[in-house]
Ligand binder design. Structure first.
Ligand code: EPU
Length: 339
């Protein structure tokens, strides 16, 4: 176990914010993870786990120990001629894992191509895109209970997945670390999901009529690359806010003044795209200091100059929340974890 002191986290968060951690350790086995946790308990250190650092905003230096989870490995268990369980350790890069499954011709994750981050953090916020969420193929995950340091298994029900939500963001927050995730994927008779309008348009452009899982992945990659900034080029954490769901009565009130408001039914509620609300408030592409709202997708906040502090990004997001609240009476909620 190596514990580094005063460690810069600039290359460990996709916003590229230059903060440091008092202590930093990389762990590549379960034994090393337990050893590191014992150390932090004995030293009474606050502890933070990092995967790909793609959904986190550091607003200040971290006073404690940051543990980078580098657990790697993928294994498979064929269930029958149609289904396979594929297990990936927490430190596997999400997109590479999706590509691994596609190369094996396993279906179910193709709509989630090119999402930044690692496998281990995917259940926390039930990552989703283009009509799919990981809960659709999630079988179980193995977690380390931070109190007992024993392993526990969480099935789909126990994870209580919701829109960008799970038990790991609610009651289970800070209590567990996810060490591996198992997905139930299809070997044949794949369920192709192309209901999302943007996928249909892209497949048409590609001249594909009967799409395979590989075609869907390609279409998703094209769409994401055309709209979303690459964190390697400009710092960002994807969608900064959740899409809000509001009461029907509130929606009808807003629609009186904005008849063109896009909306989707969500049970008794109505979901409206945060990107649209933000764009209507004039934020799309707008830059203040080092921070901007992405010019092609207003829901994404970018570290435009590369020199933004976490505090600047946070303050920028607060201004967006205020103007959406003022114009529409709708309260946006941040999707990114603020530290
Ligand atoms: N829109 C605008 N202006 C904008 C952005 C969006 O008017 O600047 C409106 C348009 O009407 C558009 C609608 O919002 O039709 C939906 O936009 P988009 O398809 O880009 O999806 P989104 O709701 O903005 C969500 C996820 C994304 C995911 C896409 C595709 C959330 C918070 N975000 O965005 O996830 O890729 O759907 O499924 O749910 C992420 O979580 O980091 C992320 C990128």
């Amino acid at each position: 176990m190596t514990i580094l002191e005063n460690f810069s986290l600039k290359n460990h968060n996709t916003f590229g914010v230059d903060v440091s951690a008092n202590y930093f350790a990389e762990v590549s086995s379960l034994a090393e993870l337990r050893e590191t946790l014992n150390y932090s308990k004995n030293q009474a250190l606050a502890t933070l786990f990092l995967g790909g650092g793609s959904n986190i905003l550091f607003t200040k230096d971290y006073e404690g120990l940051v543990i980078q989870l580098n657990l790697n490995g993928i294994s498979e268990k064929v269930l029958n001629e149609k289904e396979v369980l594929v297990t990936a350790k927490a430190g596997e890069n999400w997109h590479e894992f999706v590509q691994y499954c596609l190369a094996k011709k396993y279906g179910g994750l193709e709509n989630l191509s090119l999402i930044p981050g690692n496998v281990g953090t995917s259940p926390m916020q039930n990552i989703g895109a283009y009509g799919t969420e990981i809960k659709d193929t999630f079988a179980s995950c193995q977690v380390l209970n931070l109190e007992t340091l024993e392993m526990e298994e969480f099935d789909r029900e126990k994870c209580r997945f919701g829109y960008r939500d799970s038990i790991f963001k609610q009651e289970g927050k800070g209590k567990y670390v996810i060490v591996e995730v198992t997905f139930k994927l299809t070997i044949k008779d794949h369920v192709i999901k192309t209901e999302y309008g943007a996928i249909q348009n892209e497949l048409k452009k590609m001249g594909v009529q009967n799409p395979t899982i590989q075609d869907v992945s390609k279409a998703v990659i094209h769409i994401r690359q055309s709209k979303l900034p690459d964190p390697k080029v400009v710092g960002n954490a994807g969608s900064f806010f959740k899409n809000p769901s509001i009461l029907l009565s509130q929606f009808l009130e807003v629609r009186k003044n904005f008849p063109e408001i896009p909306h989707y039914p969500n049970g008794d509620l109505v979901k409206v795209p945060a990107g649209w609300l933000i764009e209507q408030c004039g934020w799309k592409g707008k830059q203040i200091g080092n921070v901007a709202s992405h010019e092609l997708q207003a829901l994404v906040i970018v570290n435009k100059t590369g020199s933004a502090t976490g505090k600047e990004i946070f303050d920028f997001s607060a201004m967006i929340i205020d103007s959406v609240k003022e114009k529409f009476g709708i309260e946006l909620e941040r999707e990114v974890n603020i530290i």
